[in-house]
Design a protein around this ligand. Structure first.
Ligand code: MN
Length: 412
């Protein structure tokens, strides 16, 4: 695959080059309340609404021009795959056709001069559990007397419905949650701030092309509804979770905050990163979960106060996002523009690829030592966790997936 080159002064292998073009929402100091759609190129942001206006619209796609004027990505998500293709083609031309440069260039802002906002008004939020190593590790830690994997795990992508209203953009502080916990030796539950606050390094998938109640999205149709990918940190209070989750699953241990990256990487920018799944031959999955169930070769890095603590590999995930979307809708549940679902913690077989502190420290028993010599079982107040990621792009370049960061503030 050969990519066009941009008229911007940008190295060909820049992680935010012309082959990437992630979408986000930003404001500038002279209009802090005016949220605008942007595309990142290099370390700059193109104001899409202003750029389209300067060019007299986005050609034969008036709906795209209209969507570019919106304060969130939802209008673009509503256009579905054909609109996404048109939008990306227009942006690519705008940033590569020298004849358009004089009209486009005034609408580029330095990243340092903008504030990034939540890019999507989140519809429904679901979190899955798609890493076999993660599910197996959690099973061993939480249910040591049972089989590591639940009996249904290889037959369906397990998930739970989360809280969309507390999905926040990267950079938003996370207040330590308070609630009930009951350790195995406690005679009764106690109330207070969580003492086992954790992370879950995940990818999130942003959904568009809404469907009607009663219809399904097949595995083969899923790519038409998967707009793009964000980095996602599913902050988790393990002590609250362990006490509350039987039998209905995570609730207050997860719902206080979920952070996502400000940049949504289009699925179109991850064509080179498509890989086969590791394998689902034993047992075979039911027919509705078969089809073009691609994996994504995304390399994640997790830093705690600057120390690299994990390098999860998304390519090892057992379930594909296409299968997760097919499963999510197989009962006739509709999808809305702006729905978000998480992959589940990305963990691999070796310790340095585990995507949660629960696994990295084996429930606190084997603390991590950070670069400053301090140790951590779980998160302390003031700790900052930052996820970054990249995927292989065309011509040997890397596609950057932005960052997802958050700092823990004391319980209130
Ligand atoms: Mn999770």
């Amino acid at each position: 695959m050969t990519t066009r080159s941009t008229w911007l002064d940008l190295p060909a292998d820049h992680p935010f080059g012309i082959a990437n073009l992630p979408y986000g929402v930003f404001s500038t100091a002279d209009g802090p309340g005016r949220h605008r759609l942007g595309v990142r190129i290099g370390d700059r942001v193109l104001d899409l609404g202003a750029a389209a206006e300067a060019c007299g619209g986005t050609g034969d796609s008036p709906a795209v021009t209209e969507a570019f004027r919106s304060p969130t990505l939802n209008s673009l998500l509503a256009l579905g795959r054909p609109g996404w293709t048109n939008a990306r083609a227009w942006v690519t031309t705008a940033l590569s056709d020298e004849s358009l440069r004089s009209g486009i260039e005034p609408h580029l802002h330095d990243l340092d001069d903008v504030v990034l906002h939540l890019p999507v008004e989140i519809g429904d939020y679901v979190d899955f559990y798609a890493s076999e190593d993660h599910a197996s590790n959690v099973g061993q830690i939480f249910r040591p007397d049972n089989a590591a994997l639940p009996p249904n795990w290889k037959h369906l992508p397990i998930g739970y419905h989360g809280r969309s209203g507390t999905v926040v953009v990267s950079g938003t502080d996370v207040v330590r949650p308070t609630g009930q916990r009951k350790g195995p030796k406690d005679p009764a539950p106690v109330f207070g701030p969580s003492i086992r606050l954790d992370i879950e390094a995940e990818l999130g998938y942003v959904v568009g092309g809404s469907t009607a109640i009663g219809s399904r999205v097949s595995v083969d149709e899923a790519a038409d509804h998967l707009f793009g990918v964000v980095l996602l940190n599913d902050w988790s209070a393990r002590d609250l979770q362990a006490w509350e989750y039987v039998p209905l699953g995570p609730f207050l241990g997860k719902s206080f905050s979920t952070s996502i990256s400000a940049w949504v990487t289009p699925l179109d920018a991850l064509q080179t990163a498509r890989v086969p799944l590791p394998g689902q031959s034993d047992p075979r999955v039911l027919p509705y979960l078969t089809g073009d169930a691609f994996g994504l070769d995304v390399h994640v890095e997790v830093r705690l106060n600057g120390s690299l603590v994990s390098r999860p590999e998304h390519a090892g995930m057992y379930w594909s996002p296409a299968q997760m979307l097919a499963h999510l809708t197989v009962n006739g549940a509709s999808i809305r523009d702006g729905d978000l679902f998480g992959s589940g913690t990305i963990s691999g077989p070796s310790r340095e690829t585990r995507g949660s502190l629960l696994e990295l420290t084996w429930n606190g028993a084997e603390p991590l030592t950070l670069d400053d010599g301090t140790t951590r079982g779980f998160l302390e107040d003031g700790d900052t966790v930052t996820m970054t990621a990249w995927a292989p792009g065309p011509d040997g370049a890397r596609v950057g997936l932005g960052e997802c960061t958050g700092t823990i503030r004391p319980a209130r």
